[in-house]
Ligand binder design. Structure first.
Ligand code: GRF
Length: 203
């Protein structure tokens, strides 16, 4: 499985992918890491692993659609099977998504459809939910709204603050993303008109 990764920040999910490939537990190759921020730690992690890494800053482009187009055309030049948004903090325009439906996934730190968008851990605490977690989903033009492939759940504990809860979720995000990538690599995941199928069954 040839994977391109988009990341805006820390890059711990990218690192989990790189480490799993190195360890031989994920049969994949990262074709490149892309960011909207030159200072993203994810870029440094990629370079450290010998993976091509490139920032394309939105302010260097005339408008949002031209930034999206330039970045996704460059990504596709490497011919990835899958594009993984791992902490990529920008909305992606419908015009680039249309031709890439089913080839783009995102990891989001909530049990979607709950808590789309930002500050998910704080919002989960404020809502008083007993369970929280992470989701991997196909990307559509609706923010965090595409069909969910897989989720990991964690309990919310009485003395949690947002940082503690975030750490508990992140520890589950990494194996969740890796497991999803293994399923995709094995051809077990399909997104059809009626939804996501894993091994022929609705996810
Ligand atoms: C993760 O919590 C991910 O779910 C969210 O942003 C965070 C990225 O973390 N979309 P990292 O950059 O992979 O460390």
């Amino acid at each position: 499985l040839r994977i391109a990764v988009l990341a805006s920040g820390r890059g711990s999910n990218l690192q989990a992918i790189v480490d799993a490939i190195d360890a031989g537990t994920l049969d994949a190759e990262v074709t490149g890491v892309w960011s909207d921020r030159g200072d993203a730690q994810a870029l440094a992690r990629a370079r450290g692993a010998g993976i091509p890494a490139r920032a394309m800053r939105p302010r260097d482009f005339a408008d949002r659609p031209s930034h999206d187009s330039a970045m996704f055309d460059a990504i596709d030049a490497d011919d990835p099977d899958l594009i993984v948004c791992a902490g990529y903090m920008r909305l992606i325009g419908a015009h680039v998504l249309a031709s890439r439906a089913g080839r783009l996934i995102n990891i989001h730190p909530s049990l979607l459809p709950a808590f789309k968008g930002l500050h998910t851990h704080q919002r989960a605490l404020e809502a008083g939910v007993a369970e929280h977690g992470g989701s991997v989903h196909f990307v559509t033009a609706e923010l965090d709204g595409g069909p969910v492939i897989a989720q990991a759940r964690v309990p919310v504990l009485a003395d949690d603050d947002a940082a503690r809860l975030a750490a508990r979720v992140l520890a589950r995000e990494h194996p969740l993303l890796l497991e999803t990538l293994r399923w995709i690599a094995a051809g077990r995941v399909r997104w059809q008109a009626d939804g996501v199928h894993v091994d022929g069954r609705m996810a």
